[in-house]
Design a binder for this molecule. Structure first.
Ligand code: 5GP
Ligand code: MN
Length: 337
């Protein structure tokens, strides 16, 4: 069945027409796709509705240039929970379960608004979302949102196109990851036909690092990367104190987890770091080994087949020790894929 089937699309257009207040949400620790999809929709709706983007926590500096970014609200119960409760419609973009909005979860669940999910993570939570447009084959939520705009007959403005292109670029690692499909290029091609400056987008995302971030990357690769040839696995563990020595700012470690996968025999990579009092775990793989099952089974998380994450409330060293102890158990899974 077609993802954006006519009946649902017509219903949503009708609901949007009638809605007075619309809230757009995306996941904790927003990335380029979460921000790109939220802001693309926001830039379409902002002149037509009372509309806002509310995110669970901070936006990395790398993305603060995006059109509409300055108007994003960061969730704070006292300041903006009422917006969620009083909304007529809520869009959930780039996440598949309400726990991914962290402290906003209960307010989101309790809100009587009509909830619409557009997302590309496997196994969407059905209970609280009235409309679910979920396609794990999509490389990015921005890919799906473009198709949603098309299905609705909504015009994609230059500002929205910039945001959509950002999400496509970041979630595909500049169109290199396996998830990049024919349709991804088709959407990219339509965006590329618009008068947007793609070189400037790439410049903002990849050529605007701080000196500290570059030196931190060097430090991590030369001193912190542990490779287990036998298990085709590598991991990086970074303490808060180490990161702070390089003037760490939110987003600086984005992409570090991918680096070990450039080693020929490494098929599975992990990155562990303390953030906001908990240990954030990131997993990546190349080939058929599914890291979302590892994130789900052992690290309170989830994600895509080749890119997943999780968390732990235990001390960093303990989390990493546990990870290393898992390797002999899953070595066959890694090897066979
Ligand atoms: P990252 O490693 O970049 O933080 O996350 C990689 C992927 O895993 C993203 O698609 C993200 O949505 C998902 N992910 C990261 N952390 C979590 C988590 O705690 N729970 C779930 N369910 N998914 C996560
Ligand atoms: Mn995404």
């Amino acid at each position: 069945m077609e993802l954006f089937e006519k009946k649902s699309v017509e219903e949503i257009k009708d609901l949007l027409d009638k809605a007075k207040k619309v809230v757009i949400t995306a996941h904790l620790n927003p990335d380029g796709d979460a921000l790109g999809s939220s802001l693309a929709l926001y830039n379409y709706l902002k002149d037509k509705k009372e509309c806002c983007v509310i995110l669970p926590n901070n936006i990395p500096d790398t993305f603060k240039w995006m059109p509409g970014c300055n108007e994003i609200l960061i969730y704070n119960h006292d300041e903006n929970a009422a917006k969620v409760s009083e909304a007529d419609m809520i869009f959930a973009l780039d996440y598949n379960t309400s726990s991914r909005v962290d402290k906003m979860q209960k307010v989101l669940e309790d809100s009587p608004a009509v909830k619409v999910m557009i997302d590309h993570h496997p196994n969407p939570q059905r209970e609280i979302f009235k409309y679910i447009f979920s396609d794990p084959e999509a490389a990015a939520t921005c890919e799906l949102l473009y198709l949603f705009f098309e299905a609705c007959g909504f015009e994609v403005s230059n500002d929205s196109a910039i945001c959509l292109f950002t999400g496509l670029t970041t979630d595909t690692g500049c169109f290199q990851f396996n998830c990049t499909g024919q349709r991804t290029f088709e959407v990219a091609s339509k965006l590329a036909a618009m008068p947007i400056d793609r070189a400037e987008i790439i410049h903002h995302i990849y050529d605007s690092y701080s000196e500290g971030r570059m030196r931190l990357q060097g430090y991590v690769l030369s001193r912190k990367m542990v490779v287990f040839e036998k298990y085709h696995t590598a991991y990086i563990m970074l303490t808060k104190a180490e990161a702070d020595k390089f003037d760490y700012r939110v987003g600086d470690t984005e992409g570090f987890v991918n680096l070990p996968l450039s080693i020929e025999h490494v098929k599975f990579s992990a990155f562990f770091m303390e953030r906001d009092g908990i240990i954030r775990c990131s997993f990546r793989s190349k080939g058929g080994f599914k890291v979302n099952t590892i994130a789900e089974r052992y690290f309170n998380g989830g994600g895509h087949d080749n890119a997943a994450g999780g968390k732990s409330f235990k001390p960093l060293e303990e989390v990493v020790k546990r990870f290393v102890s898992l390797l002999p158990k899953i070595t066959k899974e890694i090897q066979d894929k």
